[in-house]
Design a protein around this ligand. Structure first.
Ligand code: HEM
Length: 420
């Protein structure tokens, strides 16, 4: 993609403007490089929103700033307002305010209960499922022929795995997908109404439908536990801890949204990257087992499926040359940190052998580091191994149709082609 804004100046860049997020990737890359070169974090007015307009935010665009803010949750809080740029009203927090929007001790309690259920051992039990489902997806792909990669490949694995893990019945999968798409639709008119009131209603209804589904399931599993995650969460663990009905509903929404919308986009970006960088594809195919792990990390760095999370400053604080005041909003731009030229040599190059690769695609070290990182890595690895072993010639047949969002680096459609 070629840059269309060669004489870019800081005053042309407004991260709150929806239009900025429709700029070609090369232009957005140049814009963030310019912002990183400033001696201070840029400040932006907040986008107008139905709940009113907030005080604005500092954009943390440098790797060092994102790392420092993540490591200091006492100063950079997730629980005040929300991790979205706008503060969420109470009725939203009821559904969408799980652990990602909390600080300790509430965050620690939830994460402890969930981590005990969401163990590598639990994930391991689903390892065979991941392999089998990936094989079925590729069987179907081979018989379908060239098609939309997002719908036919990337969407299916994360959706099926997260639903299986939770114990969601097969006939609810489409409903789960529809609702997670609405919740993370950004400003994209293909997925959500352009009328703000209507859009809010759609998001609340989507959350409500997911909450009802898991509440009914939780009730049933409390009576008759099965081997799934919902059973583990509603049955008290060794410390006698379990989730309440409301906590289970919010956690479920977070998990299906975070589990689906991210891994799917990482897989779709993988096909774009392997098409755009043929030498890297050849390198990978020459030693799939040896190089896949590095490739997966580089895909997550390069794609940064979650582009930002917000924090709120709890007390006056000095960081990297800037004085923050209590109540300031700081937005951690993971996508920009992952392009920081002071950490990643030639960051625009997709380099599957990049080492070290201290990307922050799953968040930076700190209490909110992605709970599903090991599951996501496994899903991407298994899917790519299956795909590149059986359909090594697969490539994108045209440009990706990108989601219009500042939050999720999403691909709505991606034509793919292959022969043989
Ligand atoms: C490539 C795939 C994924 C990416 C890029 C990703 C990215 C992220 C990021 C950046 C955060 C940090 C949030 C923060 O700093 O406030 C996060 C947190 C989280 N992720 Fe992921 N994620 C992925 C896959 C998954 C999967 C598969 C699951 C679950 C099955 C999941 C569940 C979560 C949860 C529950 C949190 C909140 C953790 C907390 O607040 O303690 N993610 N993820």
């Amino acid at each position: 993609m070629t840059a269309q804004h060669p004489a870019l100046a800081v005053e042309h860049i407004d991260l709150s403007d929806t239009e900025f997020w429709s700029w070609p990737l090369a232009d957005r890359r140049a814009a963030f490089a310019l912002l990183r070169s400033l001696g201070h974090p840029p400040f932006y007015a907040e986008p107008e929103f139905i709940f009113g307009t907030g005080p604005g935010y500092y954009a943390l665009v440098r790797h060092a700033d994102v790392m420092e803010a993540s490591r200091n949750p006492d100063v950079f809080s997730s629980g005040k307002g929300a991790t979205s740029i706008v503060d969420l009203p109470v009725e939203f927090n009821e559904y969408f305010g799980s652990m990602i929007n909390m600080d300790d001790p509430r965050h620690a309690r939830l994460r402890r209960i969930v981590s005990r259920a969401f163990t590598p051992r639990m994930i391991q039990r689903f390892a065979d499922d991941v392999g089998r489902i990936a094989a079925e997806i590729v069987d179907d792909l081979v018989s379908t022929g060239p098609c939309d990669f997002v719908e036919n490949v990337a969407t299916r694995l994360p959706l099926t795995i997260i639903c299986r893990l939770m114990g969601i019945p097969d006939d609810s999968y489409r409903m789960v997908l529809r609702n997670t798409n609405i919740i993370l639709s950004g400003f994209d008119p293909d997925l959500i109404s352009e009328d703000m009131d209507e859009a809010v209603g759609q998001i609340l209804a989507a959350g409500g439908e997911l909450a009802d589904l898991v509440t009914a399931l939780g009730r049933e599993r409390a009576e008759n536990p099965a081997g799934d995650l919902v059973s583990a969460l509603v049955t008290a663990n060794i410390e006698g801890e379990a989730l309440t009905t409301a906590e289970l509903a919010s956690f479920f929404i977070l998990l299906v949204v975070a589990g689906n919308e991210t891994t799917r986009n990482a897989l779709s970006h993988a096909l774009v990257l392997l098409t755009d960088f043929p030498a890297q594809r050849d390198l990978l195919l020459a030693d799939l087992n040896g190089r896949l792990e590095g490739a997966v990390e580089e895909i997550v760095r390069y794609a940064s499926p979650v582009m930002f999370m917000r924090r709120t400053v709890t007390r006056d604080h000095h960081m990297n040359g800037h004085d923050y005041r209590e109540g300031d909003k700081a937005v951690l731009f993971y996508w920009s940190a992952n392009q920081d030229e002071s950490v990643f040599t030639d960051p625009a190059r997709f380099d599957i052998a990049r080492s070290p690769n201290p990307h922050v695609g799953f968040g930076a070290p700190g209490p909110h580091f992605c709970l599903g990182a090991h599951l996501a890595r496994r899903e991407i690895t298994v899917m790519l191994r299956e795909l590149l072993t059986r359909v090594p010639g697969i490539r994108a047949a045209g440009p990706p149709d990108l989601l219009l969002s500042s939050f999720i680096n999403g691909i709505k459609h991606l034509p793919c082609e292959f022969s043989g």
